[in-house]
Design a protein around this ligand. Sequence first.
Ligand code: NI
Length: 176
Amino acid sequence: MAPILVRMSLLPILEYPDPRLRTVAREIDPAELDDAFRAHVDDMFETMYAAPGIGLAASQIDDHRRFMVIDVSEAHDQRRVFVNPRILSREGEQVCQEGCLSVPSIQADVTRAEKIVVTALDAHGAPFELAAEGLLAVCIQHEMDHLLGKLFIDYLSPLKRDMIKRKLSKQRRSAA
Ligand code: NI
């Protein structure tokens, strides 16, 4: 058997405080959900797994269309694509320590809804509804914030955010 050739590429991830992370994503016309879009989604999953991460919003790779990819499984076998996601209901509260591929090596507690019901289109344009709780619910809410130009550190005090900004620029200087 011939080896299967898979063409994939890792995409560069924007990092805080890059102003492009503040862009509000635009809704996607279902007509845009073609093979090229799905190949792009595959690249996003590979980029996310390689990072490694459990969610990646298009905004983070400088694509300002309203979609995101998520896989919270350890085996990388629960790929979920959300196009034009909308939260239909939220219930309860949970505090989770979050991180973000655009804010490397920073973690902070954020309070979010414990349970949500979300509706979206999949990568083929089929609508679906999903009830999520726990980590998956946190991840969906975190990625949907990205699509509005919002980062998890926006929930922290300005003082804490300044400390993070200084820490990241120091990290970048020592990596250069
Ligand atoms: Ni993030």
